[in-house]
Write a protein of this length. Structure first.
Length: 386
């Protein structure tokens, strides 16, 4: 049977038994996921992995005997396997988790802390299960080197003590953008005279590196850019700071009523929907609460609908690597109002999910390798040096 027909086999590595139990309770709600064991540090994990091969590892950042980043480096260089990093909610923990993405982790997630761990994970269980399933589908670089795991005696699989399972959120209805921003017929989506062009980008699994590639390709006077990257709220600020330090353009986490100028990109804060406004002759940020849309908050569908209604034919929409279908409907809405649209091709995606669904929905004008997307964005947006 293929991977998508079998449960995703997960090894949980964390030195807290409370976190182990909580993660297991969340993951095993989903019938497509099976927790095969627990380890308190990488040495115990190595013993388990000698006996059973997990499809995905959830990995703590700070652990005794060997920290998560050191173990991650060993895995990625010797025996690549999809990893979801679970970090503390501290500033240093968030920055370390983002470093893990640079080292090859597929997803990052904020780790529960203290007595509210179970209730905390109840709120994000949909995204956590989706992150694990997305990681299982990720394309990783192959290594010809045999795994040189930490020396350890084979460790018996640990089964965590029973934990109170949260209410089943996986069965919650999947909402569309109507719950945040009312639909509008294409005939009513009017662009103002001389309205500036703007770029709208959506990404998920593998998107941090894809976004880095796109944003680093933008010149200092490129059109305003709005970005939704599926990421927990503790990480979007540090991620924006990291992008800002590496790009020619200015990159920041979006704040309410921010003016988004040429040479600037704003990244949706985790847990808030991002919309665009046009006041006077300037693009501005609007943030909204509301339910998960297409299983996410922020949602690419919400951003793209906002772009369709506000910017119409002067918008360029870009959908990058990611699992699921968030953004597919919104990109079709952009296409229907004469916006130019781009999807990353399968060969360059970590997970060819969101682009595939956008293409299937009929909303994509150009399907391109990631390396070709920055130049195409500039050409379609009328950049004078494109």
């Amino acid at each position: 049977m293929s991977l998508h027909q079998q449960p995703v086999r997960v090894l949980v590595i964390d030195d807290s038994r409370v976190v182990q139990r909580t993660l297991a309770a969340i993951l095993e709600i989903d019938p497509q996921i099976k927790v095969i064991g627990f380890a308190s540090d990488p040495y115990e994990a190595a013993g388990i992995m000698r006996q059973e091969a997990p499809d995905v590892i959830t990995l703590d950042v700070e652990m005794p005997r060997m920290d998560g980043l050191t173990f991650l480096r060993k895995l990625m260089s010797q025996h690549p396997i999809p990893v979801v990093m679970c970090s503390s909610l501290t500033e240093s923990g968030s920055k370390t988790a983002l470093e893990a993405l640079d080292l090859g982790a597929v997803e990052v997630f904020s780790k529960p802390k203290g007595i509210n761990a179970a209730s905390y994970l109840e709120e994000i269980s949909i995204q956590f299960c989706d992150a694990v399933k997305a990681a299982a589908r990720a394309k990783l670089p192959r290594s010809g080197v045999a795994a040189a795991q930490p020396a350890a005696k084979p460790a018996p699989k640990q089964r965590a003590a029973s934990a109170k399972k949260p209410k089943t959120p996986i069965a919650q209805p999947k909402l569309n953008a109507d719950s945040v921003i009312p639909p509008k017929p294409a005939s009513r989506c009017r662009v103002r005279p001389n309205q500036k062009r703007a770029i709208f980008i959506g990404a998920s699994t593998g998107g941090t590196e894809a976004l880095k590639s796109v944003l680093m390709g933008m010149p200092a006077d490129s059109p305003p850019i709005f970005v939704v990257q599926h990421m927990p709220e503790q990480f979007t600020g540090p991620f924006a700071q990291r992008m800002d330090s590496q790009c020619t353009i200015h990159v920041k986490e979006a704040q309410e009523r921010d003016i988004v100028t040429n040479g600037m990109a704003v990244i949706a804060p985790g847990n808030k929907h991002l919309l665009a406004n046009y006041i006077g002759d300037e693009y501005r940020v609007e943030l909204r609460d509301g339910p998960l849309v297409s299983r996410h908050r922020p949602s690419v569908d919400v951003l793209f609908r906002s772009a369709a209604q506000l910017a119409g034919s002067v918008a360029v929409g870009v959908i990058l690597t990611g699992m699921g279908d968030d953004g597919a409907t919104g990109m079709r809405e952009m296409h229907d109002v004469q916006a130019q649209t781009i999807a990353q091709n399968e060969a360059s995606c970590v997970v060819f999910g969101m682009p595939k669904e956008a293409i299937a929905a009929g909303g994509v004008d150009h399907v391109l390798h990631l390396s070709k997307i920055p130049a195409q964005i500039l050409q379609l947006s009328g950049y004078h040096n494109a």
